[in-house]
Design a protein around this ligand. Sequence first.
Ligand code: HEC
Length: 593
Amino acid sequence: MRMNKLAWAAIASGTLLAQAALALAPGDRVDNFRLLDHRGESHELYYYSDASAIVLMVQGNGCPIVRNQLPRLAEIRDAYADENVVFLLLNANLQDDRERIRQEADEFAIDFPILMDDSQLIGETLAVRRTAETFVIDPEGWRLAYRGPVDDRVSYQAQRPEARQHFLTDALDAVLGGEAVTQAEVEPEGCLVHFPHREQRAGEPPNYVKDVAPLIAEHCVACHRPGGIGPFAMSEYAIVHGFAPMIREVLRTDRMPPWHADRHHGEFSNERSLTAAERRTLVHWVDAGAPRGEGTDPLPALAARDWPEWELGEPDLVIELPAFEVPATGVIPYQHPRVSNPLEEGVWVRAVDFAPGDRAVVHHIIATFAGREGQHAREGALGSALGGFVPGGGPTEYPQGTGVYLDPEAIFILQMHYTTMGRATTDVTRMALYFADEPPAKELRNLVLINPRIRIPPHARNHTEEAAHTFDRDVLIHSLLPHAHYRGRSSSFIAVYPDGREEILLSVPNYDFNWQHDYVLAEPVLLPAGTTLVHRTSWDNSAQNRANPDPDVEVTWGLQSWDEMLFGSVRYTHAEATASTAGGAPSATTAGH
Ligand code: HEC
């Protein structure tokens, strides 16, 4: 790495080694990252690969210099409106939470996305020191082209009527013209940003045995174990050490652990994300060279552990699903096997579990059932929800005092998502059902929110549609499952109460077709009669969406993954206990627009 001012200053303070890694000089590569903005939208730096330049200004609430420079940044954005330059702000202040940033944005009419760097990992690697510092990133090779102030107009407690130096626009013109930036680094003026963990990273870095292995055991090993769905088993130091740079990348881009809900809205009992502090520990450890530390490595024993086949004990009924041949490579369309219910009497189900035949290829399962063949044709392949499987997710137990009634006539309809792993295999998955001894106080019901009239224009980056249902009695919402296909970009469920108040029950800002999570609310949410539940999904039909099979076509509703869906599955109960309807038909409600 080239020496720059920061590094030289660090020599003087005697912490050269630690600090050198913290500098980011013009010409250096800017690593990818993904962050939410203050409105809850997700941004990945490398998504903007078709931009001619990316301008990133460090924002911080209450800093007069930022407030003073933002109108100028907006003018520059307008002046470059035809040049395909992306403008973003970055807030790395620990004291600024989302509400405060929103207030600041409202008060000062800031209409740029403000990316929230809650772990400070991005600010740290950009070597941010002061707010109002502006970065110009050239997507060609992801090189830093410029860092410094917008211009020389605003300084501490002083402002000139006119700028004499236009650093930012000079840099932009050079990048757009394919030329070198003459003044590529200028000392910024702004409010110092406090990075209390930068020293931790530099001074006494986390080590594997003490800090890292416990986090991996808790958050990664359920999938990254021998025979698990994760492509490699985190079974000892040497392996985790070897994958360390990759671990840094998946954490900075929020790919792992797979959990796609915005933590700002709702609490979910099956949540599996890392806190900002945990992400920082793992990434700081990688940055420090992934040191082992002293002591016994706890992962080998964990990897060798026997995992019980059925976590809830002996099932009441085990159903073997049809065998499926999984090839060594390629993309496999969702499989929808159907199996008749072998029982002769109706039962109340209280829990469902799955034992994949080959854990390395079963990516998820959604189990539903329909009264008889042909029903639920409109929703495509899915009927009333029964339960699902995601790797490392454990069994589905229904909320206390509730159950799902299974008619003897029922037909199970499964959605099986297989991923290939480099070697052919045959999967025979088994589904286990657990019955209640007596009818539960409440029936667990299923609402399906769909909109089969969606039309997504070619090349649209953010096309949104909705489906909605108004409840005519008080209900408790237990879980929410959004479903779209490869073009799905974001998805949410919003309660619109009778008094007009809106509440986001679930927001998935970065929808990923690969991961079909059923988001189980930690506490059921009461929706009084007259509340409308809105399910909203946005799609990205542009070429920038790497999963998009064809950006040139208008996309409409369909079962295949190259078609699209707006499909939300909601589990709820009536708020008032009602006599259970043993012997009745399964109660799926379908609501569309
Ligand atoms: C729910 C299962 C699951 C959990 C939990 C999980 N992973 Fe993964 N991981 C996967 C799967 C599956 C893949 C393969 C990529 C895919 O299908 O998305 C993967 C891939 C990876 C990769 C390879 C890069 C890539 O994107 O393919 C890394 C690195 C990784 N995981 C790290 C982690 C770390 C670190 C944790 C814990 C903090 C973790 N994973 C937790 C399932 C999981």
